[in-house]
Design a protein around this ligand. Sequence first.
Ligand code: F6P
Length: 342
Amino acid sequence: MRVGILTGGGDCPGLNAVIRAVVRKGERRYQDRIFGFLDGWRGVVDEDFIELDVELLRGTLPRGGTILGTSRFTPYMLEDGLDKVRQTIESLRLNGIIAIGGEGTLSCANELSKLGFPIVGVPKTIDNDIGLTERTFGFDTAVAIATEAIDRLHTTAESHNRVMVVEVMGRHVGHIATWAGIAGGSTMTLIPEEPFDIDEVCRALNRRHDRGKHASIVVVAEGARPKPGTLEMGEEKLDQFGHVRLGGIANRIANEIELRTNYETRVTILGHVQRGGSPTAYDRVLSTRFGTAAIDAVHDKAWGEMVALMAGDIVRVPLGDAVAELKTVSPQLWAVAQEFFA
Ligand code: F6P
């Protein structure tokens, strides 16, 4: 078969491992030819690609980022975008396309597959917010990086009797914050799913200090929000694709904590360090499993489906169902996190 592959949305550790697995199994088992589109859907629209083979992919398993480049562009942003996708598929005589991406890329893949384009999806994102898969690759790496940072912040916080506010990524869900908060022993974690009351946060810190603990770590998901009417927030900024640009809420929270409690407070915003660099062993394995399953799905003509992890096994689920709503932090896991607050 002739198969296209693209990586869209924010980059994420494990993308190269998926590409490598697709190419390896495609070439060796199926004698496929694999065409890698550059910069996500942009490469499909512009017919901008490189042909991939096992030799070219050597050494990429542990490498972060994506050798194909990525973007948040979708064909829907151009009037003739869909025609151009059709032209590219015809001119390269592609049997199918593997789209590796998060919510934006997979929603686009879903729309295109509803129109009859032969597409299979692979869920990627450090945010772990794609439905119908227990995990997306990249998440484990992000949690490991955030946990290590929190471990390091504990010792400096304790040495100076400070409150440390650590901001982690995750967009509109709190998976990274909840996991890193539990793993790093945070004093408190704030996530978008559970709007916070800054008064309650400060009261809890005060109670802790009254008990003689003078250092605290507050983990804040970048998408965390106060309960309505409890804390004034600045205006939301949008990126060039109209997505809310998150990041920076930790500064607002830290100011407020210092003002209300008088405890010296510092901020660490982990930012893109959470998704740069080498994937963990877990993410390498998950990416490899997703990649091999995706090329099998292409050979089964499972168009409009996404490979997913369920109960430890790789399965296929309809793309439309997977992107229907964001996967949020389960109340059960959140209850565990709360047991350890303040
Ligand atoms: O979706 C992945 C992610 O890293 C989010 O956690 C974060 O909000 C966003 O991408 C950052 O996007 P950008 O790289 O465009 O700043």
